[in-house]
Design a protein around this ligand. Structure first.
Ligand code: FNR
Length: 383
C-alpha cells in the first residue's frame, strides 16, 4: 500500500512511495550512484549550503514562472531529465512519463537508452497533444549517446530530427560507465546465487534489459558507446544536425569556455546524478566556478544545471546564479514508479508551487528579476 498521490507534498515523498512499489533491482538502478556516493551527496547537500538574501515589501502578489528553452516557452524553468530504461520503472515506460509532462506543459529530454524507441515515444507525445487540441507547450528534446559506428551515429541523428525532437543533448560525461556500486553488489549476489565465480561484465546503465534506441535495431552495452569522441567531432555533428546542441555533463569552467568557443548552443552542468566520476563537483559548484573564471559566457549561451534539485527553491538558486533552466531526474522517475503519469503531473505541481512561493518570499515576480546578489554562496565557497 502506498500513500495517496495527494499525500506527496515534497519531492522526497515520491522516493518513499517508489521504494515501496519498485522491485529491489529497479530501485537500485534508479537510486544508485558511483563509488562511495560522494558525488551524489555533494549534489544533494550543496543546494542547502547557500542561502537566499530575500527582499521584502515588493508587491509580489502576481507571480510569473515562465521560461523558454531555445525559444520553446514553458510554464516552468525546469524540465524532466533524460533517464534510461524507464520500462524497468513503470510498464508504461517513457510514453507514460511523456503523457504526464504534456498534460502539465513541462519540457522533457528523452534518453538514447530508453526502453521504447525514439519514434514510439514521439508518437505518444503526438497522441497526448491531440487529446489536448495541441494546446500543451511541452516539447521533447533528445539525449544523445554517441554510437561507436559513425554511420549509425548519423542515422540516429537523422531519425531523431525527423521524429520532431527539438534539440540534441549530447552526453559527454560518460565515455565509459562509472562504477555503479550498488549494481555491483547485486551482480555479485546474483552470481553467487547461481554459483558463478567470475565477475559478470556490467551491462549498460543497470543490468536490466536495455535497448539502444530500438529503432536502430540493437541493444547496447557500455563497451558499444564511443569513448573516442573529441571536440573535433563537433564539426561533423553540426553538419548532420542543424538544431540546437547542448553538451551534457560539463564539470569545470575550462570546458564551459571551450564549449562557448566552439559555438555550442548550450551546456548542461551536470555530474550525471552522481553516477559517473567519483568526487565530482556539484553543478552548483561548477556554476560558481564559471562565475569566477568565465563570467562572460553567462547570458551568451543557454546554461542548464542538473543534479540533486529537490525543491523549487533549489531551482531559484540556480537561476539566480545564471542558469537558464534546470533538469530534474529522480523525483520524476520515482513519481512515475509509484503513480504513473498522474505522479509525474503531481511532481510538476509540487515543484511549481515551491517555485512560486519561493519567488514571492524572495521578493521577485518574474524569473528575469533573479540576480546573483539574491543568494549568499560564501559558506559553499569558503569552506
Ligand atoms: C540518469 N541519467 C542519464 N543521463 C543521460 O545522459 N542518459 C541516460 O540514459 C541517463 N540515465 C539515467 C538513469 C537514471 C536512473 C538516473 C537517475 C539518471 C542522468 C540524468 O539525466 C541527470 O543528469 C540526473 O539524474 C540528474 O540528477 P537527479 O535530479 O536525478 O539528482
Amino acid at each position: 500500500e502506498i500513500p495517496h498521490v495527494t499525500l506527496c507534498v515534497t519531492c522526497p515523498d515520491f522516493e518513499a512511495a517508489a521504494k515501496a512499489v519498485l522491485p529491489r533491482k529497479s530501485y537500485i538502478y534508479a537510486s544508485g550512484s558511483a563509488n562511495t556516493g560522494l558525488s551524489i551527496k555533494a549534489n544533494l547537500d550543496d543546494w542547502g549550503r547557500i542561502n537566499f538574501r530575500p527582499r521584502v515589501m515588493r508587491n509580489v502578489g502576481d507571480i510569473d514562472t515562465r521560461r523558454s528553452i531555445f525559444g520553446h516557452s514553458s510554464p516552468y524553468p525546469f524540465y524532466i531529465s533524460p533517464m534510461g530504461t524507464l520500462g524497468a520503472i513503470h510498464p508504461g515506460a517513457e510514453p507514460e512519463m511523456v503523457r504526464g509532462a504534456v498534460r502539465k506543459g513541462a519540457h522533457m529530454v528523452v534518453s538514447t537508452a530508453s526502453t521504447r524507441g525514439a519514434q514510439e515515444i514521439m508518437q505518444s507525445y503526438v497522441e497526448e497533444q491531440k487529446r489536448l487540441n495541441n494546446a500543451s507547450p511541452t516539447r521533447l528534446f533528445y539525449q544523445y549517446y554517441m554510437p561507436v559506428d559513425r554511420k549509425k551515429a548519423i542515422q540516429l541523428m537523422h531519425l531523431v530530427k525527423e521524429a520532431g525532437y527539438k534539440g540534441l543533448w549530447i552526453t559527454v560525461d560518460a565515455p565509459v560507465l562509472g562504477k555503479r556500486t550498488a549494481d555491483r553488489y547485486l551482480q555479485a549476489e546474483e552470481a553467487l546465487a547461481v554459483g558463478i565465480e567470475e565477475e559478470q561484465p556490467s551491462e549498460w546503465e543497470s543490468g536490466h534489459e536495455n535497448t539502444f534506441a530500438p529503432a536502430m535495431g540493437g541493444r547496447v552495452a557500455s563497451g558499444q558507446l564511443s569513448p573516442h569522441t573529441t571536440w573535433e567531432d563537433l564539426a561533423w555533428i553540426r553538419k548532420e544536425w542543424d538544431g540546437p546542441i547542448v553538451l551534457k555533463g560539463i564539470q569545470c569552467a575550462e570546458d564551459a569556455k571551450l564549449a562557448y568557443d566552439y559555438g555550442l548552443d548550450g551546456i548542461l552542468l551536470s555530474n550525471h546524478g552522481g553516477r559517473q566520476i567519483h568526487t565530482a563537483p556539484s553543478a552548483l559548484m561548477t556554476l560558481c566556478e564559471i562565475r569566477t573564471y568565465c563570467p562572460e559566457i553567462i547570458g551568451k549561451m543557454e546554461i542548464f544545471v542538473d543534479g540533486g534539485l529537490r525543491d523549487g527553491s533549489d531551482v531559484l538558486k540556480a537561476l539566480c546564479l545564471g542558469a537558464t533552466a534546470v533538469g530534474v531526474g529522480r523525483p520524476f522517475l520515482y513519481a512515475l514508479a509509484a503513480y504513473g503519469s498522474q505522479g509525474v503531473e503531481r511532481c510538476v505541481d509540487v515543484l511549481a508551487e515551491e517555485l512560486s512561493t519561493g519567488m514571492s518570499l524572495l521578493g521577485v515576480t518574474s524569473l528575469d528579476q533573479l540576480k546573483p546578489e539574491m543568494v549568499n554562496a560564501s559558506r559553499l565557497l569558503n569552506e
